[in-house]
Design a protein around this ligand. Structure first.
Ligand SMILES: C[S@@+](CC[C@H](N)C(=O)[O-])C[C@H]1O[C@@H](n2cnc3c(N)ncnc32)[C@H](O)[C@@H]1O
Length: 209
């Protein structure tokens, strides 16, 4: 938790409390339904919470922004971002029921009112969002296909509406067809070795209507 406060020193009391609560909520729920690997649960803040919050270093979502987290699993990056941006609306989607069950329990435990969840494949979602965030779900071509038509036309942020994806390693081949993609190194935000190969990919998606 100190890690989060170190990189985000201006959190409100409520946010500090909610970030602290994550540890016990995930530890408890993970015993019942395994959504975070054993190794990762001991490093929850480094590997999941702060990693998710790298997106908050790239962009400050404005109040009322609509953000979908595709393939949220146990709630990453969606839940840390929903704590960080309480005035934004988050839609967390996963095709596996037990994962959404854990997300629902964590959302309730934290008292978050800005998160809705859906147990379905993202292809079934029929709505539009300023940004679609994700981590570790699908390669970019598949992902872009899935979210077609789901990015809002109206731009409210300096960063163009589109996909914000947490990825690792060498992305040259995967992104070769996406000339408008920008890659940000998470090491520019956080010093820990864990982030050495970790990136954020921003891909603006143009609305074709
Ligand atoms: C490797 S996990 C990543 C979970 C989380 N994003 C994280 O980084 O901890 C991938 C998740 O994507 C979900 N998923 C895969 N394809 C999906 C689809 N088409 N629609 C919704 N969820 C999907 C899976 O059920 C799984 O929970």
């Amino acid at each position: 938790m100190n890690l989060v406060q170190h990189y985000f020193p201006n959190l409100t009391e409520l946010q500090v409390k909610q970030f602290e609560q994550l540890e016990s909520l995930y530890k408890d729920w993970n015993l019942k339904i395994n959504v975070v690997s054993r190794k990762d649960i001991d490093e929850l803040y480094l590997r999941h919470v702060l990693h998710s919050l790298a997106i908050a270093k790239l962009i400050t979502f404005k109040p009322h922004a609509k953000i979908m987290d595709v393939g949220t699993g146990g709630g990453f990056p969606g839940i840390p971002l929903a704590i960080m941006f309480p005035e934004c609306n988050f839609h967390l989607v996963d095709s596996i029921a037990k994962k959404i069950k854990v997300v629902d329990e964590v959302v309730e435990g934290l008292g978050l009112t800005n998160v809705k969840t859906s147990h379905c494949r993202v292809e079934e979602i029929n709505d539009t969002y300023d940004f679609i965030v994700s981590r570790a779900v699908a390669a970019m071509p598949t992902f872009v296909h899935w979210i077609k038509g789901k990015i809002a036309k109206k731009q409210n942020h300096e960063l163009k509406n589109g996909i914000i994806y947490l990825k690792g390693g060498d992305l040259t081949e995967e992104l070769q067809d996406y000339k408008t993609a920008t890659i940000y190194n998470i090491t520019d935000y956080f010093d820990e070795d864990f982030y050495e190969t970790k990136k954020i990919v921003h891909l603006p998606i143009k609305w074709k209507g």
